[in-house]
Design a protein around this ligand. Structure first.
Ligand code: NAP
Length: 342
């Protein structure tokens, strides 16, 4: 049966302006880092997640060249779903991709050179069968490539019509200011920054958020559920079906005593608000006026629905925030810290 979109899809979510731009994004964005790869196609559940997300007003899907495994397969699988079902909604969708991490062998397959970024964007467009992406990101700061060159590559992506907007990910506040200036000099705006941010990974609060506000750049926080750690799933054991059990980007060493204590206390606070911990974690990330979107991953439609239901309670009293602050403290989980170190 061909997919038919829910006609009420725009009635629930309140879209947020991305920095000073004209672009509105949904408060929850679905990312395809995990659970959308596979050599032949994505699973039926993953396909259902894309449709459910769109049915509930999620207009933004986030990808990168190397999402899979294998590398490139999340884009290729997404391209198939675009072809079969979503292309008729192309003008209702914001599709992003990135280049920066390891993608293909040799000296031109990662980091921030013009050679890599340009070739990678061409490959991404082919895999997704798209004429353009809405947002193209420099996926990480490259300390060895002149930032001017990365800015040239992003500028070219826009000038060639292959991207409508550009963004950066996991750049420090200082490098964000530099990149913003370089893009401005080239007549381009930096639309958005994509940093990691959650209740147990709060590095952006030091100076990045205020910088973004000052510069009028939007912010989309990735891993707002700390890859699933901001839920009750790891309280008793490691579930067989979980990111830790998948042995991928989450390590069982991250399940520490201090972590368990925090989760128990935060869960109690969430309950008082009539939310689950994942829901409160998302509302909490979105409490900043500068925050455009919370960029989640999901394994099932059920998880996705639970996350989207976070939008039923976005308000926090100052007492609640104070109580949360007692337990929402750093755990050593920021895998991307190196990129944002000056
Ligand atoms: N720019 C970058 O460098 C970068 C890096 C990382 C991610 N990202 C982007 O951010 C997106 C999201 O990252 P992420 O997947 O780490 O985000 P996340 O939302 O923090 O974690 C997603 C995981 O949380 C668990 N989960 C989701 N909803 C749940 C619920 N309602 N109840 C219980 N558990 C729930 C699931 O884990 P289980 O699978 O264990 O059930 C799911 O796979 C990625 O897809 C990608 O687009 C960008």
């Amino acid at each position: 049966m061909p997919y038919k979109a829910n006609t009420n899809r725009y009635q629930k979510l309140i879209y947020r302006r991305c920095g000073n731009s004209g672009l509105l994004l949904p408060p929850i964005t679905l990312g395809l880092w995990h659970n959308f790869g596979g050599k032949k196609s994505m699973t039926n559940e993953s396909k259902k997640m894309l449709f459910r997300a769109f049915d509930r007003g999620v207009t933004h899907f986030d990808l990168a060249n190397n999402y899979g495994p294998p590398y490139g397969s999340a884009e290729a699988n997404f391209g198939k779903v675009m072809n079969s079902d979503l292309n008729k909604h192309r003008d209702e969708l914001i599709i992003s991709t990135k280049a920066g991490y390891d993608m293909w062998p040799g000296p031109y397959g990662e980091w921030g050179s013009k050679k890599y970024l340009t070739a990678s964007l061409d490959q991404s467009l082919k895999r997704m069968n798209l004429e353009y992406v809405d947002i193209f990101y420099s996926h990480r700061f490259d300390p060895l490539t002149p930032l001017e060159e990365t800015a040239d590559a992003l500028t070219q992506a826009i000038r060639s019509g292959k991207a409508l907007y550009v963004g950066i990910s996991s750049y420090s506040s200082k490098q964000t200011i530099k990149m913003n200036k370089l893009l401005k000099e080239r007549g381009i705006s930096c639309l958005i920054h994509q940093p990691s941010y959650s209740m147990i990974n709060r590095w952006v609060e030091k100076d990045l958020l205020s910088t973004l506000k000052k510069l009028g750049i939007g912010c989309i926080a990735f891993s707002p559920l700390a890859q699933g750690m901001l839920s009750d799933k790891y309280l008793r054991a490691i579930p067989k079906v979980s990111r830790i059990a998948d042995n991928s980007s989450l390590d069982r060493k991250m399940i520490t005593k201090s972590y368990i204590l925090k989760i128990k206390e935060l869960t109690k606070i969430a309950k008082k608000r009539g939310q689950t911990l994942p829901q409160m974690a998302l509302s909490w990330v979105l409490r900043h006026s500068i925050m455009t979107s919370a960029l989640i991953g999901a394994r099932t439609v059920k998880q996705l629905d639970e996350c989207l239901d976070s939008q039923n309670n976005l308000m926090f009293s100052s007492d609640e925030l104070k109580e949360i602050d007692k337990f929402a403290k750093e755990e050593k989980i920021n895998l991307w810290a190196k990129s944002s170190k000056d």
